[in-house]
Design a binder for this molecule. Sequence first.
Ligand code: ZN
Length: 311
Amino acid sequence: MLKAIHVALTLSVITLTVMTAPSAFAAPLKVVASFSVIADFAKNVGRDRVEITTIVGPNGDAHVYEPKPADAVAMAGADVVLVNGLHFEGFLQRLVEASATQAAVVELTKGVTPIEFKPEFAEEDAHEQGHEGHGSLDPHAFQSVANAKIYVRNIADAFCAADSDGCVGYQTNADAYIKKLDALDGEVRAAIASIPENKRVVITSHDAFGYFEHAYGLTFLAPQGISTDAEPSAADVAKLISQVKQDRAAAIFVENITNPKLIEQIAAETGIKVGGTLYSDSLSPADGPASTYIDMMRNNIAQIKGAILGS
Ligand code: ZN
């Protein structure tokens, strides 16, 4: 009996010590980001108060990524898990379940107006597959800078919920970064405005740029549809090639996350030279041209302008 009371007292002393610990947040907030773009946003909001683990790293493809045991360990130990949502991360549900994480899993597309995916070339395939696994909403919302700002606000709110002592700092960092994003949005608009309207058609491998198209008025044609988890059929590719010959697409690009073979085939059959690499669903490694979100958008508009205007 006495022993039990002693244990109870000791426990309450420990609890008290934890509760009255100095308010400075000693350990960094442990954040898991599902892919590299989100990790970059989180870094800008959290700075040195957060420790970020990225699941799908530079040049990785979140549509088809296979989680590793280390990912489940990181998820299990996380304070906050940041994800895109809209079925962008094909692996997410399995990983959340396998890790049994207690952390809040925050979908950063919350508050974004989603756009419907309208398959142009993979229509029959999409019907056959019933859009299994990826739904009919386009998940690549981060390709519009206005949406990137929504992601950043959601990250600041998620960090505030998990670490209220750091909240003022997170909101201040988010405000500063959003100012940079506003400037970036202006750069993208100016770049597209410099391209004659009849030349604003480009080809990429998969449909990652629907929100870019919607926000900035450049048309993207893609043989592979919204996800990279299925190969386009020969008929889809033939259909795209005949449309390209009719519509005179101005430029064609490979993507950092997809196999360039298909794009090279289309380039050869249409006589359009491959314009370069667009970063679609992930950043480049640190020494590459798109190691941050801002650099990714700048790289993409420079590549598009360069290929179309020949500068
Ligand atoms: Zn994608």
